[in-house]
Design a protein around this ligand. Structure first.
Ligand code: ARG
Length: 271
């Protein structure tokens, strides 16, 4: 299996906190250790660098505690960047910050017409875009994604509020394969996933409950939460190299490695 060098955008969790609850993982009364979150995030960044990937950083903005979840900052494919529109007002001001970064980086910009939470809900597998809906990204935005990027979009209906973004329920392993939690999807979407990916890895609920599917693969190495031991074993059986990372502090906001990582597909720095 070949690894593809990746180009990522990340945001240091300088102002990370759990001040509000917009998903079932978040409990504003539970303590959060921001220093530990920063150390865990730095370890994730180091893993990427050690794998030979390029990590760019966007400056964190005070008062935006979820900005660390860069996957929600946009969708970037073929040098085009589609900006985002958040469902919740608490995250609304992240959208212009990320948009400005894409503009300065020279991407061709597109503005969303509907709620769209970026790569949290939009995953490219080979030449297919899987797009989640049900909790955050509006179904209507799927049509815009197809128009902007020119890849066929397949709608994935999410049904479990703990797995509110597509990237909490499904991981792209390479151009042909995914891993997912079947129960996180409607019966119809499960049937579509079986049809598209008959060889997919099925994760267990125990893996998903530690956000194990919130993983980042370069086609060979899969960076995933260290606690997702069953999933890691299944992936190793399939020939992937797994790298466990501990992002326990960020999980208190409902995020894991993939949430912290936006894939930049072409653009200024990759040229
Ligand atoms: N607290 C954030 C929210 O609920 C977590 C976002 C996680 N990001 C992701 N791509 N799943 O919006």
């Amino acid at each position: 299996m070949d690894a593809t060098r990746q180009h990522f955008l990340m945001c240091r969790p300088t102002y990370f906190a759990v001040d509000y609850a917009i998903n079932p993982w978040m409990d504003p009364t539970a303590p959060v250790d921001t220093e530990l979150a920063i150390r865990q995030w730095e370890q994730l960044r180091q893993v990427y660098r050690d794998l030979g990937h390029t990590v760019e950083e966007i400056a964190p903005v005070p008062g935006l505690p979820d900005m660390v979840f860069a996957a929600n900052g946009g969708t970037v494919i073929d040098g085009k960047a589609m900006a985002v529109q958040f469902r919740d007002p608490q995250r609304a001001d992240e959208a212009p910050a990320y948009r400005a970064w894409f503009e300065a980086a020279g991407f061709e910009l597109y503005d969303p017409k509907h709620v769209n939470e970026g790569e949290g809900d939009v995953l490219l597998v080979g030449d297919l875009l899987l797009a989640g809906t049900g909790f955050r990204t509006a179904h209507a935005s799927h049509a815009q994604l197809q128009e902007v990027f020119g890849y066929p979009v397949v709608t994935m209906q999410l049904v479990d509020p703990r797995f509110y973004h597509l990237d909490t329920a499904l991981t792209v392993l390479d151009e042909r394969t995914v891993a997912y939690l079947p129960e996180a999807f409607s019966p119809g979407s499960q049937a579509v996933l079986r049809r598209l990916f008959p060889d997919a890895v099925h994760a267990t609920m125990a893996d998903a409950e530690v956000l194990g599917l919130n993983a980042v693969s370069d086609g060979r190495h899969v960076v995933l939460p260290a606690q997702a031991t069953d999933l890691a074993a299944q992936l190793r059986d399939r020939g992937y190299e797994t790298i466990g990372v501990d992002l326990s502090e960020l999980r208190k906001a409902g995020g894991g490695p993939k949430c912290c990582t936006l894939r930049l597909r072409q653009g200024r720095a990759s040229k």
